[in-house]
Design a protein around this ligand. Sequence first.
Ligand code: 5GP
Length: 192
Amino acid sequence: MNFLQERIEKDGRVLSERILKVDNFLNHTIDPQLMDQIGKAFADYFKDTKPSKVLTIESGGIAPALMTALHLNIPVIYAKKAKPSTMDNPVSTEVFSFTKQKTYTICMEKEAIVPGDRVLFIDDFLADGQAFKGVEDLMAQTGSTLCGCGFCIEKSFQKGRPYIESKGYPFYSLAPIEKMVDGKIFWLYVQN
Ligand code: 5GP
């Protein structure tokens, strides 16, 4: 089992067959050392895809995306969930939130990512892939290329993984969950 799978088994809480709570090290309280390990793992895996920027969505993706960008020595951009008045030329799209069961708008400055950029998308969770689809849409509006996507935790039983695989994007998840039953996590495979 890798460091993240071990940490999830130790400190994560299965709230239902579909929801895992990781608020004590990833989503609310954040463990910086763990984020550093996550960032290094993603950077090692994706470095040969030659990303020029890391992209994520606030707020859960920011910590792992930032550490990935640090290890790759490239900038990180996070799509925002509210448009600040300081944003000059935003691109935006709608995303349906799995955990909140509502639709929200994400936006970013159009010039933050330019045609020719090779974008690595990093997020905390992959569930139905709605956030990912939103990012695909934002990127289409900027004319950039997605060179890979990395997820800390993947719930393989939801729709996100087959969608991303069908698109053929380089894809890596550190903790792929096959199912959650009676409070116990079953891994799709055990990562080294
Ligand atoms: P998706 O867009 O892939 O349907 O869902 C991904 C987003 O929903 C993640 O960025 C994360 O914020 C949230 N999410 C999905 N499943 C879970 C879960 O089991 N636990 C937590 N804490 N967040 C989740």
